[in-house]
Design a protein around this ligand. Sequence first.
Ligand SMILES: [Zn+2]
Length: 316
Amino acid sequence: MTQPNLSRTGRCRLSAPFEPRTTEIADGVYAYTSAGDGRCPSNAGVITGPDGVTIVDTVAPRARAQDLRAFVDDLGAGPVRVVVNTHHHVDHTLGNAVFPGAAVVAHVLARSEMAESALALARLWPGGERDEVRLVPPSVTFDERLTLYSGDRRVELVYCGPAHTTNDVVAWLPEDRVLFTGDIVLSGVTPCTVTGSVEGTLRAVARLRAFGARTVVCGRGPLRGSDVFDETEAYLRWVQAVAMEGWRRGLTPLQTAEEAAPGPFGHLNAPERLVGNLYRAFAELDGGALGRSLELPRVFEETARFREGAGPACLA
Ligand SMILES: [Zn+2]
């Protein structure tokens, strides 16, 4: 991993529970991460160039997106011209609204998924955010690959789904060897495949490893190197092994999770995601297309029960 430029590191306006942190990870390229444990404290990227700024994911809730916006404004690098959404989940897209005038770029399936998930926003962000939710959908979509240019710097967008969702896109900066993975890979947080695919995520991680990244900006958590791929693969292979055992014995995913927990990965944040991951692994043992729809309300209800009243789970 590159050493952060301390002159640009550590600025933050929000306090707990998000504790945002900014780190210059390449010349004019910044990671906006979170040291806090607020609800779905997702990460973002800021790529500056001679003609303006490209943002990778726009975080949530709105106050945090506005903090990201303030950081960008303070850089004095010009207008935000492009926003990339790595996938449709609201903790990566809700802040699109604070960058008016920017082209919003995402996978073609992200646009339709955002339209379908709009009604679920109020449930995801209860309280004061409810009246402020306004989704700005992608205005530019693509299927497999799209290369953006920020000056001479290439930003290669590559579709790697289904993995965390059906529409996962990573942003690869080859000259800087920086990779923004979205939620395909998480740092210190349990992987989440309930709206995507366990097997698909394993395939995606193999592709991400092949980029040879020096700095990996995960969808959540601190900056990492390639070791985060090892951790993600180990967890998902464990999920597949646990699922196979439960599936053969005729257990439900919830029963299987209750037997297996906490397991060797109980130290990761949000361990209750095991339930959804097992639902997904069971579906893949049953056969059919990777990433096909599951009965999500039931999965979420059982995840909450597994969590035993510890508060609402984040499944984004
Ligand atoms: Zn997500």
